[in-house]
Design a binder for this molecule. Structure first.
Ligand code: FES
Length: 118
């Protein structure tokens, strides 16, 4: 059985089979999630957010993931390489930090708040 995974904020959708990881689903959907370790839980760069109401659509985090993420788990942060899909799921992909910085500068410049904007 296939499940539909939606990646926000773009709203990109992809169908995947049960037990596919969120990272693999993102790759199939063409959604970029940064990674350096290739899914071995070494880089911690692949964080995504799963909202409370969606948590039944993936397996709960194992102890190793809990240890790596600490209190972030409580706010719905998961490692996409370790999150196994078991139902229709919406995943929030955090904005790239560099993109976020540029976007904030541009917004500030538009509002006339950035005197040092180049
Ligand atoms: S891809 Fe490196 S921790 Fe998930």
């Amino acid at each position: 059985m296939d499940f539909e995974v939606t990646f926000q904020p773009e709203g990109t959708k992809v169908k995947v089979r049960r037990n596919t990881s969120v990272l693999e689903a993102a790759r199939r959907a063409g959604v970029r999630i940064p990674t350096r370790c290739g899914g071995k839980m070494g880089c911690l760069m692949c964080k995504v957010q799963i909202q409370d109401e969606e948590r039944n659509s993936c397996l709960p985090p194992k102890e190793a993931e809990r240890r790596k993420l600490g209190s972030l788990i409580d706010s719905g942060i998961r490692l996409s390489c370790q999150t196994v899909i078991t139902g229709d799921l919406t995943v929030i992909v955090p904005e790239d930090p560099l993109k976020a910085a540029v976007r904030k500068k541009l917004e500030a410049a538009r509002k006339g708040q950035a005197d040092d904007f180049i």
